[in-house]
Design a protein around this ligand. Structure first.
Ligand code: IMP
Length: 214
């Protein structure tokens, strides 16, 4: 386990929603964090078949390009009735073909796939959001952290907060979707808290415990 001994890192992402959430989570720790998007780094091809592989590809690309430690996130929605789809292909389900992403369309695809499986009641619409964070150093060393949160696919999607599939995801034990939560509610965590809510905040808490705390 390697500790992080600098306060300057790169957030290895081109996804504005993820960059904002990671910036919010890391802000209390006094980091200066640029992003792969802001630094105009090329978008690496995600050729892995696991969240861990793709997270490492992204973090290593930014660490090598910047000469700084880089923190990536590879994440997705894993739906039981769809045998784990869209999983590592969650972003691909939103591709329009012209280089843009349409999450209304992606959420409709999920609903159609669930209807095709007859998954109309909550007990048949169970899923989890997964986030794997990877901290990579320019010398090729990596540390990986996985966070998961269980929930159900809401119908219809609700809320306009957050990004991506947030309006579709209702965490277990909650009446609201991530799309109806403030950022603070979705993270459900601040430094010192014993537990976190979102997949990303759960992975981030492990990163803090492993790489930041003595
Ligand atoms: P990737 O990690 O770049 O392969 O993309 C992950 C995909 O999952 C993106 O399409 C995101 O929109 C979606 N996703 C991951 N985390 C979240 C989240 O916290 N809220 C909503 N969508 C998410």
């Amino acid at each position: 386990m390697r500790k992080l001994d600098t306060k300057t890192i790169v957030v290895a992402s081109h996804n504005a929603g993820k960059i904002r959430e990671i910036a919010e989570l890391i802000e209390p720790f006094g980091f200066s964090a640029s992003s792969a998007a802001a630094l105009n780094f090329a978008v690496p091809e995600e050729t892995g078949t696991t969240f861990e592989e793709n997270a490492a590809i992204k973090a290593l690309a930014s660490a090598k390009a910047s000469g700084l430690p880089a923190l990536s996130d590879d994440s997705g929605l894993v739906i039981d009735a769809l045998d784990g789809a869209p999983g590592v292909y969650t972003a691909d389900w939103a591709e329009t073909g012209d280089g843009t992403r349409d999450f209304q369309m992606a959420m409709q695809k999920v609903e159609t796939a669930l209807q095709d499986k007859g998954a109309t009641s909550a007990d048949k619409r169970t899923c989890r959001f997964v986030s794997v964070l990877c901290l990579a150093w320019p010398d090729g060393h990596t540390e990986l952290f996985r966070g998961e949160v269980e929930g159900v696919i809401a119908s219809p999607p609700r809320g306009t907060a957050g990004f991506g599939y947030d309006p579709l995801f209702q965490p277990q034990g909650y009446e609201t979707t991530f799309g109806e939560m403030s950022s603070e509610e979705k993270h459900g965590w601040k430094p010192g808290d014993a537990a976190a809510l979102s997949h990303r905040a759960r992975a981030f808490k492990l990163f803090v415990e492993t790489c930041l705390e003595a």
